[in-house]
Design a binder for this molecule. Structure first.
Ligand code: SF4
Length: 428
């Protein structure tokens, strides 16, 4: 039996270009890992320092009481944001430094180690980096295995990278149970705008990965291939959340595809939920079912308003821009909040974009002012610019981004600063 502590850091995004949501969400990768570890007879401590606003002293006290053999930290706040993680490792670096001596083995999971394992190993000062989806690898490490694909670790003076990022099966993932206190503290309803929250929110994963390969999407090293859990298991998990008074769930799926069995099941549960998807994959009758099932928020990636722009992003979209607009309007008939995401691309003229945005707004659909692309290591865009990600990949992407754009997304509060200013120097 191994004693494994799983810690979601208390995130602070000051100075970051972080595009994700800054509120606490369920640390899904750790909830799933904890389930498998417990099933195998290991002892676990799941500390969500973000949700519970824990200081290093609080974390240290918990760890000293638990006495872990292994401590695991993550470099992104929940699976939902692995594809748009904060580029800097400052917060996990500080956590790793604070807890370094509290267990014989320190492990890091997340998008950074998945794309740039050597750099993450050095920056974090951990013993092992897990590349890719982490739940199965964490179980193998707890079981005492040390030499399998998907790990990076120091081997004497050298660094060994064993194989590439690994994927979990996912289709066999059972219904998760979250502690009552964690749910009670989960006030945030992710991407919900049509009403104020009354009860707690939660995040659920119905499917993982996506069959498309958009050039800007950093999913290649994790959550890549499309997989789906049985509807009955998802509904079971939702039933448990309903028993904890959860009013709203956000499906973190990269692409929430039409699933009549799941939607029919949801329609009898009185739950509200939000999704991100591609609107071109939803027929009108399925959009009606989506609304009946309780969906109150759709985020749809349109990205570009020209065929050329969508082709340059490899959207593989069969619809025209007018057809996409009609489908968004159809969705809005059934779902109270519909958002069309746009990306800044050279193929789209700004006046055309602004006209389209106001036309959509008149139809009750929110379309964002196009945001510039961050070429995340692990995305086809990064590879097109510089080839495979190396140890300097995050710095390179960051420099490029800061140098290219002087206007930044309205979702970013602070003026972003260079990575070497945000992160602690290696070895300090
Ligand atoms: S459809 Fe969405 S999840 Fe799929 S590759 Fe494109 S951006 Fe990524």
């Amino acid at each position: 039996m191994t004693r494994v502590a799983l810690i979601n850091p208390n995130w602070d995004f000051g100075g970051s270009i972080y595009f994700g949501c800054r509120s606490p969400h369920l640390p899904l990768e750790f909830g799933i890992s904890e389930h498998y570890l417990k099933m195998a007879g290991h002892r676990t401590l799941l500390l969500d320092a973000h949700m519970f606003d824990l200081s290093f002293q609080d974390i240290e006290a918990e760890l000293r009481a638990f006495g872990p053999d292994q401590i695991v930290i993550t470099t992104a706040p929940t699976y939902l944001f692995w594809r748009c993680a904060p580029p800097e490792l400052r917060v996990p670096q500080e956590l790793a430094l604070a807890i370094r001596d509290l267990a014989p083995i320190l492990i890091a999971v997340g998008p950074h180690g998945s794309s740039t394992p050597r750099a993450a190993l050095k920056k974090l000062g951990v013993d092992i980096i897990i590349m890719g989806e982490c739940e199965a690898s964490l179980l193998r490490l707890a079981n005492g295995e040390r030499d399998f694909h998907g790990l990076c670790f120091a081997d004497g003076a050298a660094v060994r990278v064993n194989g590439g990022p690994q994927a979990a099966d996912f289709r066999d993932q059972p219904a998760l149970d979250w502690p009552d206190e964690m749910i009670r503290r989960h006030h945030h309803h992710h991407h919900r705008f049509e009403a104020e929250p009354v009860g707690p929110g939660a995040e659920v994963e119905a499917s993982r990965g996506c069959p498309y390969n958009c050039t800007f999407c950093a999913k290649e090293n994790f959550r890549n291939a499309y997989r789906r859990r049985p509807a009955s298991i998802i509904l079971d998990e939702i039933e448990r959340l309903r028993g904890q008074d959860v009013e709203y769930v956000y499906f973190i799926d990269e692409i929430f595809l039409p699933n009549p069995e799941l939607l029919e099941g949801l329609s009898t549960r009185g739950l509200k939920f939000g999704v991100q998807t591609r609107i071109d994959l939803w027929k009108p009758e399925m959009l009606a079912l989506l609304g009946r099932a309780g969906c109150v928020s759709i985020e749809a990636g349109i990205e570009s308003l020209t065929v050329e722009g969508r082709a340059a992003l490899a959207k593989n979209c069969k619809m025209t821009t007018d057809q996409l607009a009609d489908r968004l309007v159809e969705a809005r008939r059934h779902v109270p909040f519909v958002q069309a995401n746009l990306i800044e691309v050279p193929e789209d003229d700004d006046p055309v974009v602004q006209r389209w945005r106001s036309k959509m707004q008149d139809a009750g659909i929110w379309a964002n002012d196009p945001v510039p692309l961050y070429p995340y290591p692990g995305s086809p865009d990064y590879r097109k610019l510089w080839g495979e990600a190396d140890d300097f990949a995050w710095e390179r992407a960051h420099q490029h981004y800061l140098g290219m754009f002087d206007q930044f997304s309205d979702v970013q509060n602070d003026r972003p600063v260079p990575l070497d200013v945000l992160e602690h120097p290696v070895g300090s």
